[in-house]
Write a protein that binds this ligand. Structure first.
Ligand code: FMN
Length: 300
C-alpha cells in the first residue's frame, strides 16, 4: 500500500504524528509538508490512501491545509483520513475538521475517519515537562492503535453535530482573516537576534524576508507560531499574543526517557487546568485496553 500524508505544521507537532504513522503503518508512507517553499506534492492518484494532518487553530483547520485541499484534483473515490493535533482534548475541538472533510467529500474523496492527538501547546501556555511526556507517550500508543485500525479497514461516521460545525465555522471566519492583518505586527528584537534566519527558513508561508540586517513580516501569516517558537534566542515578539507566546522545543524524546518525570501525571497527580485532560486520557485508556496495547510499553 502506498500512503501520502499531506501535513501542515507550524511548530512540528503534527509532523511528529505523521512520522509515527510512517513508523507504525505497514505501508510505503511519504510525508509531504504543506509549505510555500516546499515542492508541490505528487497528486493523490499516485497513492492508495491519503492522510491530511493539521494543528487545530481556533477550533478549526488552518487556512493552508484548506487551501491545499481545494487545489487538489478530483479524488474519485480515493480513501482519505484526517488527523489533527491540539493542546487540549476538549470536545469543543471536535468540529475542527468539518470544513476540510466537506472539501474532500465534494471532490469525491471517501473519508474513512479522523483522529485527534493531544500534543503540547505551541501557544497560550507552556505545558509542564511531565504533561508533555504524557502527551508524547500516549500519542505514540494511539497512533500505533490507529495504524492497526487502518490496516483492518476502519470506517467511521465523521459527521459532527450542527452545534460543533457552527462553533468551528464562527471561529474560522474570524481567526483566518485576522491572522493576515495581524502578521505585520510580529517584530524582531535587534538586541537579542543572532541573525541565524531560522525564522525565515521555518515560516511555512514564506512570510518573513531578511534584507540588510532587517526582518520584514508580511500579510501571509497564518499565526502558526513557527518563527517565534523556533527562535533560539526568543527574539521575536508576536503582536497581540505577547502573553501567550511559547518559545522553545519540548524535546519530547528526551522527556519520554526522563525517569524523574512522573508518569502518568493525568489522572494520578492532575491539578488545576490539567484536570481538564482526564476525560481525554480516560477515552484513550479505554481504546488502548480494548486493543490490548499497554501504554507503559512506549516509555523507553
Ligand atoms: C493560532 C493558534 C490557535 C490554536 N488554537 C487551538 C485550539 O483552538 N484548541 C487547541 O486545543 N489548541 C489550539 N492551539 C494549539 C495547537 O493546536 C497545538 O499546539 C498543535 O499541536 C500545534 O501543532 P504544530 O506544531 O503541528 O503546529 C492553537 C495554536 C495556535 C498557534
Amino acid at each position: 500500500m502506498k500512503v501520502a500524508l499531506y501535513v501542515f505544521s507550524g511548530t512540528g507537532n503534527t509532523l511528529k504524528v505523521a512520522a509515527l504513522y510512517k513508523q507504525y503503518l505497514n505501508a510505503e508512507v511519504t510525508v509531504y509538508r504543506i509549505a510555500k517553499r516546499s515542492p508541490v506534492p505528487p497528486a493523490p492518484a499516485e497513492f492508495d490512501l491519503i492522510g491530511f494532518g493539521y494543528p487545530i487553530h481556533a477550533f478549526s483547520a488552518p487556512e493552508p491545509i484548506l487551501k491545499f485541499a481545494k487545489t487538489l484534483p478530483e479524488l474519485s473515490g480515493k480513501q482519505v483520513f484526517v488527523f489533527k493535533t491540539s493542546g487540549e482534548g476538549l470536545h469543543l475541538n471536535d468540529g475542527s475538521s468539518q470544513k476540510l472533510i466537506k472539501i474532500l467529500k465534494d471532490k469525491g474523496g471517501d473519508v474513512l475517519f479522523e483522529r485527534h492527538y493531544v500534543m503540547p501547546y505551541n501557544m497560550i501556555y507552556r505545558h509542564s515537562d511531565e504533561m508533555a511526556k504524557q502527551m508524547w507517550i500516549y500519542t505514540q500508543a494511539m497512533v500505533m492503535l490507529n495504524a492497526r485500525q487502518i490496516e483492518n479497514g476502519i470506517r467511521e461516521n465523521t459527521n459532527q453535530s450542527i452545534f460543533k460545525k457552527i462553533f468551528s465555522a464562527v471561529f474560522r471566519v474570524i481567526e483566518q482573516p485576522f491572522t493576515h492583518v495581524h502578521g505585520p505586527l510580529f517584530k524582531v528584537n535587534a538586541s537579542k537576534c543572532i541573525h541565524c534566519e531560522r525564522c525565515v527558513k521555518t515560516c511555512p508561508q514564506a512570510n518573513i524576508t531578511y534584507k540588510d540586517g532587517k526582518f520584514d513580516f508580511g500579510t501571509e501569516c497564518v499565526l502558526c507560531m513557527g518563527c517565534s517558537f523556533q527562535c533560539p534566542t526568543d527574539a521575536i515578539s508576536v503582536g497581540f499574543f505577547k502573553f501567550w507566546k511559547v518559545n522553545g522545543s519540548y524535546r519530547l524524546n528526551e522527556l519520554k526517557k526522563d525517569e524523574s518525570l512522573y508518569f502518568p501525571l493525568v489522572p494520578d497527580r492532575a491539578k488545576g487546568i490539567y484536570r481538564l485532560y482526564k476525560k481525554y486520557y480516560r477515552e484513550c485508556d479505554a481504546q488502548l485496553e480494548q486493543a490490548n496495547i499497554n501504554v507503559a510499553d512506549f516509555i523507553d
